[in-house]
Design a protein around this ligand. Sequence first.
Ligand code: F6P
Length: 400
Amino acid sequence: MNIAVAQSGGPTCAINASLVGVFRQALKTPEIDAVFGSINGIEGMINDDLIDLKLVIRSNEDMELLRQTPSTVLGSCRYKLPPQEDNAEVYEKILRCLEKHRIEAFFYIGGNDSMDTVVKLSAYLIGRGSKVRVVGIPKTIDNDLPVTDHTPGFGSAAKYVAATVQEIIRDSSVYSIESVTIVEIMGRHAGWLTASTCVLRANEEIAPHLIYLPERKFSVEQFVEDVRAMQAKYKAVIVAVSEGVEIPEENCRSGVVDNFGHEYLSGVGKALENIVRREIGCKVRSIELNVMQRCSSHICSKTDIDEAEEIGSRAVLAALDGETGKTMVFRRLSDIPYVVTIESVPASQVANKEKFFPSQWINAQGNDVTEAAFRYFLPLIQGEVNIAMRNGMPLHFKLK
Ligand code: F6P
């Protein structure tokens, strides 16, 4: 049999490790012959745009390099499969592509929107009497997938964000004057990544002094009060704010949406900067970490990269066991020592749903997180990958 794999949604620096997991497991499985990579997610299956991965990933060194390469080597998409009734032709095209290449299992590495594709495609194939199995492999820096304890890509993003915030803390503390530095962090509607900056406390860092998440209603008045209260204690106040925090009064939304109807978020940090300048008048700067937080692999988490590969490999085993319409998930058994297991669940439990940062892990004032959150995050950022370098720079795997 042949298999195919695709990557979808926003990049992470662990999504290629999951691809390596699928590929390496396929190499170890005698009944699997070709491994196809679908270019630009499901679009590659619709347009019959596939590459034979064995021709491009040619050695163990290639696999190691791909594991440390951020983003999606096969490209990505934000394409939503239409309901079958509305556009049967799209499904027919995918079926023709699967049949043409004798593909009997398809692996989709993606987030909650991509799991919608797993649900729809597996249902269609069952309806057509096809024995092709479809299995989802989770990923997203947003960590907002239900059921799974966490998502591949998140731990590395959290490690980069925390390390960067720590450097910002050092930089912002040099002058004798009062200052406020605001760091805007990705995560769409869920505050996981912003909340994870609390891991700095493991190394006796007090900042970020204030953490604002989209799970709590934001009040401009309360924010100004919070900043003033922190300024009474600290000369350089550091604020972590999630891109998803809504401040209707400041009109900081782009209004532009993607194919899944998600708005492009950016600008809340700037809005808070303007508020501080206007209401407090001290030195203030806002920093938007932007895509760096999902593609900075030079400080990725070894735990994250290893788990991303493992969950990819386990997806192949699930498909070989005849599973379809499933998403692979992590279940955490303990924080210390950190122990997780990998299981599969119906993809419908994950598709199109968001898991928000738990309310009980936010403090009463809505401007910080609790000790329980800290215990949850800390294991996910552990370990360093020995990044291969050339000419003083990290080496990346590139498709020739
Ligand atoms: O995939 C998650 C994510 O990185 C979010 O954190 C962010 O809001 C969004 O994607 C950005 O989307 P795009 O890559 O389409 O700009």
